[in-house]
Design a protein around this ligand. Structure first.
Ligand code: GLV
Length: 391
């Protein structure tokens, strides 16, 4: 006999409001993705499911612009893909140079250190990006085996130019790891052409999928480093040797490793299909156009964008400074209450300094930009009128 009674909360139907998620992620699922999530489960080794995995792999190769055969989706969120990059590529004592201009560089440094790497940091304030010359100077100073850069830094809203970074890394015999969780599909990125060795992203941003299956890809050079490891990676779950086999990347018969998140992979297959139908370049253009519309609207309201240089602004996530005397949280709460729209605060260095507005995938439309601008203006006016009436 059970010793405690069933929780009453579970005996009521689950309810939740519909919200427009215009923060840094997750974005709303597109209806097609939601329908894919609801498809019946297949066994994780069934041939029909294996075919879906193969199609997901092709879709990832397309959005990453890579021919790498070691390309797959990690069963986990973007953080799991970050862990997978760290724990497979790095061995204790490896020197890694982390370009840190926000939360993601900070997180990667932490994970690299937990894997025993000798972490060296080149740091710039949130809102700024690194030049190839700055990276080359730091590489010359530290002599790393691996360099890490964030393509879309969602905490500071920067789009890191990557062209030329691969050349620097090749010249100095190191591998280049890039985090594109917030940027993939929303801004141009060419894994092979730009000489990126490890690239990963998440599903819950431009792909408009639920978080839980995260694309990752490794170059032949990254594979060679992993093949020469002295010891296995500490994580069994994220071991790329096992995962390469499970995803059919090693030419061997597939062996059971773990039970894939079946519904997340249906969703990812659908999110990738939607992107493929639109075309990668048109998707990049749509995100750029929506971001420009948003930026112009924010400036027309007298607000200041956190990132000064337009070419360094991340199209998918825009931080905008909170005006003096305004409580960012109160405005966000107003916008949620009256419009059911998520407007996020800053993260890390930008906490309490900015609001962050995400326009990603299914949500990146001019109508959503106009709605957000209206809601934000009303929220700020509301807070200002409260401040004035209390004086
Ligand atoms: C998450 O990706 C965030 O930027 O808050």
């Amino acid at each position: 006999m059970a010793t405690s009674t069933a929780p009453k909360s579970l005996l009521r139907p689950m309810t939740f409001p519909r919200k427009l998620l215009l923060g840094p992620g997750p974005s709303n699922m597109s209806p097609r993705v939601a329908a894919a999530c609801a498809l019946p489960l297949l066994g994780h080794m069934h041939p029909e499911f294996v075919q879906i995995m193969d199609e997901v792999k092709e879709g990832i190769q397309y959005i990453f612009q890579t021919n790498n055969s070691l390309t797959l989706a990690i069963s986990g969120t973007g953080h799991a893909a970050m862990e997978a990059a760290c724990c497979n590529l790095l061995e204790p004592g490896d020197v890694i140079l982390v370009a840190w201009n926000g939360t993601w560089g900070e997180r990667f440094s932490d994970m690299a250190a937990r894997n025993g790497a000798d972490v060296r940091i080149v740091k710039k304030p949130a809102g700024s990006v690194f030049s190839p010359q700055e990276i080359e100077k730091a590489v010359t100073e530290h002599g790393p085996r691996v360099v890490y850069l964030t393509h879309g830094e969602s905490s500071g809203g920067t789009l890191q130019p990557l062209d030329g970074m691969g050349v620097v890394c090749r010249r100095h015999g190191c591998l280049l790891v890039v985090d594109a969780v917030a940027s993939i599909g929303g801004a141009p990125l060419y894994m092979d052409k730009w000489g990126i060795d490890v690239l990963y992203t998440g599903a819950q941003k431009v792909l408009s999928c639920p978080p839980g299956a995260s694309p990752i890809s490794f170059s032949a050079a990254a594979e060679s480093k992993m093949a020469a490891r002295r010891k296995k990676p500490v994580s069994f779950y994220l071991d790329m040797g096992w995962l390469a086999n499970y995803w059919g990347c090693d030419g061997q018969p597939r062996r059971y490793h773990h039970t894939a998140p079946i519904s997340n992979l249906y969703a990812l297959r659908e999110g990738l299909a939607i992107l493929a139908e639109e075309g990668l370049e048109d998707c990049w253009r749509r995100h750029r156009r929506c971001a420009e519309l948003l930026h112009a609207g924010l400036e027309d309201m007298g607000l200041t964008l956190f990132v000064d240089r337009p070419e360094h602004r991340l199209p998918t996530v825009t931080p905008v400074r909170v005006p003096t005397g305004i409580d960012w949280k109160e405005v966000s709460q107003y916008v949620m209450k009256h419009y059911k729209v998520e407007l996020s605060g800053g993260l890390g260095e930008t906490a309490n300094e900015v609001w962050r507005i995400g326009l990603m995938g299914h949500n990146a439309t001019p109508d959503n930009v106009r709605l957000l601008l209206r809601a934000l203006k009303e929220g700020i006016d509301h807070c200002r009128s409260k401040v004035h009436s209390s004086l």
